[in-house]
Design a protein around this ligand. Structure first.
Ligand code: SF4
Ligand code: ZN
Ligand code: ZN
Length: 312
């Protein structure tokens, strides 16, 4: 590859097809960090005196986000950053990822809080998966339970450490996949709610922000590699999102043939969302009558799930 189109000096190592740029390692890394800063200010994700909890799984995305936010924190000393890792109790997977999360936090000098399903819900995901296996009819996979219980665990942990923002590492690929998934599930109105800065909706909900929402997954992987960030790279044994995988493949094929497709989908939705928001019914959240956490109905989803499994 030829010379970097930004600095005009070093050899380019990456061709960014959607912008036509050829970038050297240094300019590539700078571009990712710059893009995160631009996204944060464009969507007003963070304020200088925020207390930010970062959801850190131990994978490439969340650890890259932690490194970049830690760097931003240095320039804004009023901001404080914490890492939260949810230990779902998946043997051979999350216990390994936890080591990477802890090691990176230690290197960066970031306080690290670990919350486990076992402690919070009195059951690990492995045990929950065993119960599901023994059931004759069960429409939900371990992933469906895991997603709902993890979201709750993250929110509760962030609230307990006094954070007012919860940053997650959802990237452009995650966001466009979710948009298409909602459409395929016939739940287009849901798109109004899945956005770069989520609505708060309840005093007990910590506002979620996604500083990577405009960065392709491939570029985060390259960033983590260039920065020599150590992360866990093996898939979860329960990963079973067949439809999401089909969408991922389809989007990657489209992106390969027509670069910029993922950005086009993301931007189209950004433009349509205000209209969708006027149609979408704003749910008034109340307190779950069992656990007191925010819910649209009488009993929250995590409590419903645990009740169905006779754990609550
Ligand atoms: Fe949980 Fe599914 Fe992710 Fe595994 S793949 S961590 S079960 S959501
Ligand atoms: Zn360069
Ligand atoms: Zn509840």
């Amino acid at each position: 590859m030829s010379t970097c189109t930004i600095c005009g000096k070093s050899n380019a190592v990456y061709m960014r097809r959607y912008s036509g740029e050829r970038l050297c390692k240094k300019c590539f890394n700078n571009s990712i960090e710059g893009k995160v800063r631009t996204t944060i200010s464009k969507y007003k994700m963070l304020q200088p005196d925020d207390k930010v909890a970062v959801a850190v799984s131990g994978g490439k995305d969340s650890l890259s986000l932690l490194h970049i936010l830690a760097d931003i924190e240095k320039k804004f000393p009023q901001t404080s950053i914490y890492a939260i890792t949810v230990d779902e109790g998946i043997k051979g997977y999350r216990d390994e990822a936890l080591k990477f999360a802890a090691k990176n936090c230690q290197e960066l000098g970031i306080r690290h809080k670990i919350v486990s399903f076992e402690k919070m819900y009195k059951i690990s995901l492995d045990k929950l998966a065993d119960i599901l296996k023994g059931k004759e009819k069960n429409e939900l996979s371990p992933c469906s339970y895991c997603g709902v219980l993890r979201r709750r665990a993250l929110n509760t942990a962030a609230r307990l450490i006094g954070a007012n923002k919860l940053a997650t590492a959802h990237n452009l690929d995650d966001e466009t996949q979710t948009i298409l998934l909602n459409i395929i599930h016939g739940d287009a109105i849901r798109i109004a709610r899945v956005k770069p800065v989520l609505d708060k909706g309840h005093t007990k909900l910590i506002q979620r922000v996604k500083p990577f929402c405009e960065i392709p997954e491939k570029e985060i992987a390259l960033y983590a590699y260039f920065k020599r960030i150590e992360f866990q790279n093996i898939p979860c044994p329960y990963a079973q999102t067949a439809l999401r995988n089909d969408i991922r493949r389809m989007l990657n094929t489209l992106e390969e043939k027509h670069s910029g497709t993922k950005f086009a989908i993301f931007r189209s939705i950004e433009r349509i969302r205000p209209a969708l928001e006027t149609t979408a019914k704003k749910e008034k959240l109340k307190d779950c009558k069992l656990c007191g956490e925010p819910t649209a109905g009488e009993v929250c989803k995590p409590c419903q799930m645990l009740q169905e499994l006779h754990i609550l």
